[in-house]
Design a protein around this ligand. Structure first.
Ligand code: ADP
Ligand code: MG
Length: 312
């Protein structure tokens, strides 16, 4: 069909049959593709070298280097990396549902149960990164949170066909209706960074020659992911972000002061536990902000059962 004819052809990528475009960024295009060698569907992130300076090229290699260390069910896996004269190619585990961002737009907002289902999985990815790998993601946002749809089970109680998946209701209950959000996977390690271990004050990885001011600077750097998780959770529950202004300057001011509210009427029906958790994440002082383990111990997180069984 026409869509297919419009897909580009990349020299060096002959092993893969491109199926459709899944997303794009400043330098990259991401395609769903069929890998003829491994006989599976994958995502291929194609990065144009041409537009990039040396620093930006080095960043892609860093992204690859970090992703290679990671293996966790809530993180998109990097299968392979190779390059041609013109492009870098990252062969990634495919998240067939695409971006969480599009789901929020479609559903307006999520029920507390579904929001918990999503954010707990993001948290498991972050706990793995922070506690086991010493990695900060630094770009947690709905566009970089991908998902696998829940398989449609017509016999499930409350099942409605896709057409009746009403947008006007707003709330989408997991397991009800066509589709839904199954396993959540975080992507895009383009801004991620390896940091020092907070407890031992030793570098994660190699023994280095890093100066104390760097170590001090990085002591609370993991907290940037926790702030972002607060913004994501807020957005999941009401469908708009905690900080917004048409003027970039005014927005920057609001963020700097941590000036947000649980706006009525949108927050009226949402539990105080959810609001308490968000308040501990959108907290200006990084020393006060919840760590990933505090997040996972919070009553609101504990109050629900995960819908997707975690793999060991
Ligand atoms: P960028 O650094 O340009 O933001 P990303 O890695 O975030 O690149 O990819 C851009 C977009 O491509 C994502 O927001 C998403 O829509 C899509 N995408 C990326 N990786 C995958 C994947 N593994 N499965 C499905 N879609 C993906
Ligand atoms: Mg991205």
């Amino acid at each position: 069909n026409q869509q297919k004819n419009m897909l580009p052809v990349y020299p060096g990528l002959e092993r893969f049959n491109l199926v459709e475009k899944m997303g794009d960024g400043a330098f990259s295009n991401v395609f769903k593709a069929y890998d003829t060698k491994t006989d599976r569907l994958v995502a291929v992130k194609v990065v144009r070298k041409f537009d990039m300076n040396a620093h930006q090229r080095a960043n892609i290699l860093k992204e690859v280097q970090i992703m290679r260390q990671l293996k966790q069910p809530n993180i998109v896996e990097l299968y392979e990396f190779f390059e041609s004269d013109e492009y870098y190619f990252l062969v990634l585990e495919l998240a067939t549902g695409g971006e969480l961002f599009h789901r929020i737009v479609k559903l307006t907002y999520l029920s507390e149960d579904l929001a918990r289902h999503v954010i707990v999985q993001v948290a498991h990815a972050i706990r793995y990164l922070h506690e086991e790998k010493g990695v900060i993601h630094r770009d947690i946002k709905p566009e970089n949170i991908l998902f696998e749809p829940i398989p449609i089970i017509p016999s499930a109680p409350g099942f409605r066909p896709d057409e009746e998946d009403k947008e006007d209701e707003g709330v989408f209950q997991p397991g009800v209706g066509g589709g839904g959000i199954g396993r959540v996977k975080i992507a895009d390690f383009g801004l991620s960074k390896v940091v020092w271990n907070e407890q031992t004050m030793t570098p994660c990885g190699t023994v280095g020659y890093t100066a104390p001011e760097i170590v001090k600077d990085e002591r609370y750097s993991k907290s940037v992911d926790m702030w972002a998780m607060g913004c994501v959770l807020y957005t999941l529950l009401v469908g708009f972000p905690p900080f917004y202004d048409e003027s970039i300057q005014a927005l920057t001011e609001k963020v700097a002061r941590g000036q947000f509210t649980f706006l009525s009427p949108w927050w009226d029906e949402i539990s105080l536990e959810a609001q308490d958790l968000i308040s501990h994440l959108l907290c200006v002082d990084p020393k006060e902000r919840y760590t990933i383990n505090q997040f996972l111990s919070h009553p609101w997180i504990k109050s629900g059962e995960p819908l997707v069984q975690e793999q060991p």
